[in-house]
Write a protein that binds this ligand. Structure first.
Ligand code: DC
Length: 231
């Protein structure tokens, strides 16, 4: 742990585990910013699809990641930092199915990862941030003050995604969600570059039987316990 006044709280885990909800709750409580780095990969995928770039063309994707203007601005409620690409906030479009499917391929491009990791480090290095993704604890901030790994059974994660979709007025069969999620998990954890891994020194929470608020409380207790020990 560093002497940084404002900490870096890094969080990783598979798709649909609740990282964003939990990360936001933790950040809000601490008065920190929260950023979901999956949004950056999704934003780039969305832009590539719109420009007709082949998601398998590593060179073109790297050039795109370098060329676009990236901005991260707090939302009205102040906690979450949203991603803007060339001035466009793409929050709604990037949840689109095509984007979900291809974002894992785009995230496997070394040049893309290099560019996004640079941006993520710039955003987080001063601390006061909760950052979530797949390689935040292992690659972006391996020396983060707190490293959290969230896990949950695939069936429960698919159920959560299903409920999320329903809540936003979309339909989808739970079996299809589970299938797509499992495929994406495999791609994210089996890729050569910066795969999803549990850091050896991460605080691991299985959220299968916990509400996301309970998970956030566990993380806050963990932070408070260590803060207490530092005094
Ligand atoms: O968290 P998400 O499902 O919105 O992420 C979209 C894709 O980006 C997903 O396939 C994993 C990938 N990703 C990554 O490789 N590294 C990160 N730090 C965040 C996301």
């Amino acid at each position: 742990m560093t002497d940084r006044k404002e900490w870096i709280i890094a969080m990783d885990g598979p798709a649909g585990v609740g990282k964003s909800t939990v990360g936001h709750l933790v950040a809000k409580k601490l008065g920190y910013h929260f950023i979901n780095t999956g949004e950056m990969y999704r934003a780039l995928t969305w832009k590539a699809l719109r420009e007709g770039i082949d998601v398998k063309d590593a060179e073109a994707l790297t050039a795109l990641a370098e060329r676009v203007r990236w901005e991260f601005k707090p939302t009205e409620e102040g906690t979450t930092l949203k991603t803007f690409i060339d001035g466009e906030g793409v929050t709604l479009q990037i949840r689109d199915e095509q984007v979900s499917k291809h974002s894992s391929t785009v995230a496997g491009v070394p040049g893309v990862r290099r560019r996004l990791r640079g941006l993520q480090r710039e955003l987080g290095e001063a601390g006061g941030i909760v950052m979530e993704g797949r390689d935040i604890t292992t690659n972006v901030f391996p020396d983060a003050d707190f490293k959290i790994y969230l896990d949950a059974a695939p069936e429960e994660r698919a159920r959560r995604r299903y409920r999320q979709l329903r809540a936003s007025g979309k339909e989808g069969a739970i079996e299809d969600i589970l299938k797509a999620m499992t495929a994406r998990d495999r791609q994210d954890s089996e890729r050569k570059i910066n795969p999803l891994r549990q850091a050896a020194d991460a605080f691991v929470i299985d959220s299968t039987d916990l509400s996301l608020r309970e998970v956030a409380d566990k993380i806050l207790d963990h932070i408070r316990a260590r803060r207490g020990r530092r005094k």
